[in-house]
Ligand binder design. Structure first.
Ligand code: PLP
Length: 442
């Protein structure tokens, strides 16, 4: 192994060098090919090397790569904002472009705070979020995030955030409850928390519409998010939906919240927005929030050097146009059903698969030591890491994680294949995952 001066994620392990990507496949320097069943971390929605996206980026680079947003806007940023507002949930009037998911969450948190200052409610200072959530790794995003392990060592640096229960029916819905009753109970917990903190002191409730990375795809039960919306409205609390992972088509509609009949006040998107071709994220904001800042101080007191980067906007615009032109949302729904069937076929009888859950092309498989009691594996076994390694060895990229249950216990595998996955690709994903899981367990 040659020495590396890159500070890699794991300091005892330098990963293989990726040298090429095409469609569903990535290739490393040894020539080995990998079927990308997770798009990295649910990013590469169009797969790799899409010719239309590359052409749009080349054209933008030749015209203009970068102009600082304190001096200029660009045609491409304007067009991308037009596209996003045209297709956004009702009432969204503007897009604020940043360079990724964590930056989008930070911007949304600050926009919520500024909104309340602008409308004369500066006493509102609390955020409420959910346990087992993931909103990013910058300090504000980490603070709203509810993953105990990720937060632990940085706890002294984090703003105080209240955490309520996630919507996790497999483990937390009671036997005597219907899904609807469970959702109402969760909304009641949110309301009780708002009242305990003081209703006029809470700024916003922050939640992933479909929970992603740290909980292994938690799909909201029917009526839950609508009840949450009502609670927020009753107390003048903003609803911030984080669709960084589950949004931009991943669940079969452009925004996951469309399927829950809920419109947020602020929504964060990233990952599938630019499909990995460039780093880009955005906050979509309701007109009245932007209006409050316009009528008040006249600016949003925030900013980064690379806001609205022209090449990033060009990549995202091209990705979104391809999704629209090629009818890929319908394909996500169809392929999602196929993948669901394949996963059930492969794992329904598996003694160590406790739950298979998902929407569109966004699936989680939760692993358990014992199906009857739902007891997780001993975390020291690092089953999730073994599954990842066994899948990798078999030329399959999946995105497993540990700590599913409470930040320490539990393992799941997350699947988020590109929207261009063929039926044959999906079958290969299920087969290789089955083999990888069996190898990891032995
Ligand atoms: N929010 C959610 C829901 C995410 O899944 C992620 C990343 O996985 C983030 C925010 C952070 O995004 P990024 O890693 O681009 O900063």
């Amino acid at each position: 192994m040659t020495t590396t001066h890159v500070l890699h994620r794991h300091l005892h392990h330098t990963p293989p060098r990726a040298v090429a990507g095409h469609g569903m496949t990535l290739r490393d320097a040894s020539g080995k090919e990998y079927l990308d069943a997770s798009g990295g971390a649910a990013v590469s929605c169009l797969g790799h090397g899409h010719p239309d996206v590359l052409a749009a980026m080349h054209a933008q680079i030749d015209r203009l790569a970068y102009a600082h947003t304190s001096f200029f806007t660009t045609e491409v940023a304007e067009e991308l904002a037009d596209q996003l507002v045209r297709t956004a949930p009702e009432g969204m009037s503007h897009a604020y472009f940043v360079s990724g998911g964590s930056e989008a969450v930070e911007a949304a948190l600050k926009m919520a705070r500024q909104y309340f200052v602008e409308i004369g409610q500066p006493q509102r200072r609390h955020f409420i979020a959910r346990r087992q959530s993931y909103h990013g790794n910058t300090l504000g995003a980490l603070a709203v995030g509810g993953n105990a392990w990720r937060r632990a060592q940085f706890a002294p640096l984090l703003i105080d955030v209240e955490h309520v229960a996630p919507c996790y029916p497999y483990r937390e819905q009671r036997a005597e409850e219907t899904p609807e009753q469970y959702g109402q109970r969760l909304a009641q917990e949110l309301e009780d928390t708002i009242l305990r903190l003081g209703a006029d002191s809470v700024m916003a409730f922050v939640a992933e519409t479909v929970g992603g990375a740290t909980a292994g795809v938690l799909v909201p039960v029917p009526g839950y998010l609508q009840a949450v919306r009502r609670v927020c409205d009753t107390h003048g609390v903003l609803l911030i939906l984080d669709e960084v992972m589950c949004g931009m088509g991943r669940t079969g509609t452009l925004h996951a919240c469309e399927q829950d009949g809920v419109v947020p006040d602020l929504m964060t998107v990233a990952k599938g927005l630019g499909g990995g071709y460039q780093p880009i994220g955005a906050v979509l904001a309701q007109g009245r929030i932007v209006q409050a800042m316009t009528a008040g101080s006249g600016f949003f007191q925030h900013g980064h050097t690379y806001l609205g980067h022209a090449v990033a906007c060009a990549a995202a615009l091209a990705v979104q146009r391809v999704i629209e032109r090629d009818g890929l949302l319908a394909r996500v729904r169809e392929a999602g059903q196929r993948l669901q069937g394949l996963l059930h076929g492969a794992f329904d009888a598996h003694p160590h698969v406790g739950d298979i859950r998902g929407r569109g092309l966004f699936w989680g498989v939760e692993l358990v030591q014992d199906r009857a009691s739902k007891a997780p594996f001993d975390p020291s076994r690092r089953l999730h890491a073994r599954v990842k390694a066994e899948a990798f060895a078999r030329g399959l990229l999946v995105y497993p994680m540990g700590g599913t249950v409470d930040g320490r216990y539990g393992d799941h595998v997350l699947l988020a294949p590109p929207f261009i996955a063929s039926d044959a690709d999906l079958a290969t994903i299920a087969q290789r995952l089955q083999a990888a899981l069996d190898a990891a367990l032995h």
